[in-house]
Design a protein around this ligand. Structure first.
Ligand code: AMP
Length: 317
């Protein structure tokens, strides 16, 4: 039995299955969570399938969450997708479930769950869920909406097939999903659109990002900038990849002021490995896309200096 057979066997044993994903979700978190939800609802109509966590403004066009109570976890199975470690799981009470399954594509820094299925070669968790469906097509079914959700997740985490995590397998999974009936062009357009105020912020990013001679970039969005553009943290995720458009940029960090005076830290890279640096600052993630936290401006300055060292070493090795 391979690990996806074990997952399917465990799913079959439970009447209630509650699917979680990480906090501050992106399209892959929602797509893999709600896409798996669609597969399970369509394949096992008698089971109770619930999506746990906050409904996120801006991504609620993909899926809305269910209201899940502690009682729902009695004798239930919890499946947690796209979430490397338990502190980042969105939604309470997952630990009350009888069994847990982790399905993820981040480095397995915290293995958890009765079954722990991690594939860091997958571009996205949605790619893994698509593969799970395709391996068990004889027993599972997928609706058009489920295919749309999984496709949205793959498109989101690969930057529309741009980032290095995009493999032949990614394209095979995406092609299988495109066989279903949904408007992929409209979905791509929706995922790529931003409100006017964010478009104005795009202008600020290109005006203000600075690069050193080796291509290490930095941008600070302090509370004044956030106020000036009338944006909150959850609205700025679409700017994080922008410095990558600049030819000279190798890796960059973006600091986003939080209400409590701390900073959320984003790292992106075209080559230098940045997730070890993220781990030094209460974060983690993929080798080319990570996140962390900084308690004050001094820590943001330290982070940029450390990034500069990594990029310089990479460029001069
Ligand atoms: P972000 O820059 O927030 O889009 O995050 C990029 C990647 O890093 C995602 O795969 C996240 O799951 C991961 N990540 C972001 N913040 C954290 C954190 N505080 N701890 C662990 N992983 C993180």
């Amino acid at each position: 039995m391979n690990i996806t057979d074990e997952i399917l066997e465990m799913i079959k044993q439970f009447e209630t299955i509650i699917i979680h994903r990480h906090q501050r979700p992106d399209p892959d978190a929602i797509g893999s969570q709600a896409g798996l939800g669609e597969i399970l609802k369509t394949s096992f109509p008698a089971k109770k399938i619930l999506l746990a966590g906050e409904t996120t403004d801006g991504l609620d066009f993909l899926a809305k969450m269910d209201s899940v109570t502690a009682k729902d976890y009695d004798g239930a199975l919890a499946i947690i997708v796209d979430t490397a470690d338990t502190p980042r799981i969105d939604g309470e009470n997952y630990d009350l479930a009888k069994k847990w399954i982790k399905i993820d594509h981040h480095p397995n820094d915290q293995p958890y769950g009765d079954i722990c299925y991690v594939n860091t070669d997958a571009s996205s968790c949605s790619e893994m869920i698509t593969d799970f469906y395709l391996q068990h097509q004889d027993e599972l079914s997928l609706s058009d909406n489920g295919a749309l959700l999984l496709y949205a997740g793959i498109v989101g985490d690969t930057g529309r097939f741009l980032y290095p995590g995009t493999t032949p397998e990614t394209l095979r999974m995406a092609a299988a999903l495109r066989e279903f009936s949904f408007d992929a062009a409209a979905l791509n357009r929706k995922l790529d659109s931003v409100p006017m105020k964010i478009a104005k912020l795009f202008g600020y990013v290109f005006e203000n990002v600075t690069l050193d001679e080796f291509g290490a970039g930095v941008l600070m969005l302090d509370s004044d900038v956030m106020k000036k553009f009338d944006v909150v943290d959850a609205e700025v995720s679409s700017i994080v990849s922008l410095p990558g458009k600049i030819e000279e940029a190798q890796a960059w960090t973006i600091f986003v002021a939080q209400e409590d005076g701390t900073f959320r830290v984003h790292f992106r890279s075209k080559g230098p490995v940045i997730n070890e640096l993220a781990k030094l600052h209460h974060g983690g993630g993929h080798p080319m896309a990570s996140g962390a936290k900084a308690k004050d401006v001094t820590e943001t300055e330290e982070i940029y200096r450390q990034l500069q060292t990594i990029v310089r070493d990479f460029s001069t090795k």
